[in-house]
Design a protein around this ligand. Structure first.
Ligand code: SAH
Length: 358
């Protein structure tokens, strides 16, 4: 769709009409876009796919759904829809097929990098979920929040991700503060955020996890590009530029038993945070991934860590993890061989959410 609009050089009002229709969950194909002349609809039906994604499988739990999509070149990505405390839905979108960052606690990291997604491929994930909710009338709520926390490193695919987000804000009535982009801390993309006049100014979350540079390098190779000191310097510059009552930085901190949940880690984290105002810390239970050398820290240990932070005046929240049962939790997204067959066998309709295979 995006390439089509760029190639055709259509007048602005036509582009608006096409985009508005494309993002409208009640419209299913070009034929139904009655704001366009009949001839245009016919040409579009032949030349332009309504979506770049084909659904391969859909898994569900009571609180989350995970879709596996096939792209036009046969590659696969995953996307998750989770219920949120307001009874609406948060869509977790992928930005790349696989990921080059190779963090050693993350399932996607084990896949390696395959390719970037186009902005249509990013948008189509959200369009799919909006259409899904629209069609399944028995499910209440709307997509109210978006997190770029699926497969991939969004800032390594800067422009397509940014352009998709700009469209979400314009055509889906989702506010800037309801969208969060999570990054492991890549240098180039982070600098782009500060210099790009088109940056949509959505919320940013940083996957910190290891507040000690040596350990961070060991477990998160990206730390070779950008040290903790440089990361902190970026945070200060970001907050100077964008910080206000609504804008803070969220630090994501995975609870990895024995690896980053000791008293030394509390001290290191406190040291890192010193001087940064306007931040939030999310303590995240690590979701199990087969063959990775980690253990999920217990609730008790996590609360102990939280209390130790609190004693130093650092407030944090413990994030509830959704979607674990369907391997749709953070860091569990990796496309497994034979998954489609497995899912089809396990399909069941418990009356809560019905699943359609296409
Ligand atoms: N590449 C981006 C966005 C994708 S990951 C980033 O790193 O921020 C979204 C979040 O899930 C990150 O904070 C990531 O570190 C975390 N994560 C990775 N593996 C996880 C696991 N097994 N359990 C829970 N969270 C995990």
């Amino acid at each position: 769709m995006k390439t089509f609009l760029e190639d055709k050089n259509l007048p602005e009002y036509r582009q608006q009409q096409m985009r508005t229709a494309w993002f409208d969950p009640s419209i299913k194909n070009w034929e139904q876009v009655t704001t366009l002349p009949k001839e245009a609809r016919q040409i579009l039906s032949k030349s332009e796919p309504w979506s770049s994604l084909k659904l391969s499988s859909l898994q569900q739990s009571k609180t989350a759904l995970k879709a596996l999509f096939e792209l036009s070149d046969g590659k696969k990505i995953e996307s998750v829809l989770m219920i949120n405390p307001k009874g609406d839905w948060t869509a977790c979108l992928s930005s790349e097929v696989g990921c080059a960052m190779a963090c050693d606690f993350c399932a996607t990291g084990t896949m390696g990098f395959i390719r970037d997604l186009s902005s249509d491929e990013v948008s189509d994930q959200l369009r799919y979920w909006r259409q899904y909710l629209h069609e399944n009338e028995e499910i209440s709520g709307r997509v109210s929040n978006i997190v770029m926390m699926g497969m991939g490193e969004p800032l390594n695919n800067y422009e397509p991700v940014r352009d998709a987000i700009i469209d979400f804000i314009e055509y889906m009535e989702i506010g800037k503060t309801k969208i969060t982009l999570s990054t492991v801390g890549v240098k180039r993309g982070m600098e782009q955020i500060l210099t790009d006049p088109l940056w949509p100014d959505v919320r940013v979350a940083i996957s910190l996890h290891y507040p000690d540079q040596k350990k961070r390098v060991e477990h998160m190779p990206v730390a070779n590009q950008r040290s903790l000191e440089e990361l902190k310097d970026w945070c200060l510059r970001y907050l100077k530029q964008y910080g206000n009552r609504k804008h803070h930085i969220t630090f994501e901190y995975l609870m990895l038993e024995g690896k980053n949940d000791t008293q030394k880690d509390v001290r290191d984290l406190a040291k890192f945070l010193k001087g940064i105002d306007r931040y939030k810390i999310n303590l995240i239970p690590w979701n199990e991934v087969d063959n990775l050398n980690y253990n999920r820290a217990s609730r008790k240990r996590t609360e102990g860590f939280q209390e130790a932070l609190q004693k130093r005046g650092i407030r944090s929240t413990i994030r509830k993890s959704l979607g674990r049962e369907i391997d749709g939790g953070c860091g569990q997204l990796a496309v497994k061989e034979g998954e489609v067959a497995k899912n089809t066998e396990e399909t069941k309709d418990d009356g809560l959410i019905s699943i359609g295979f296409k």
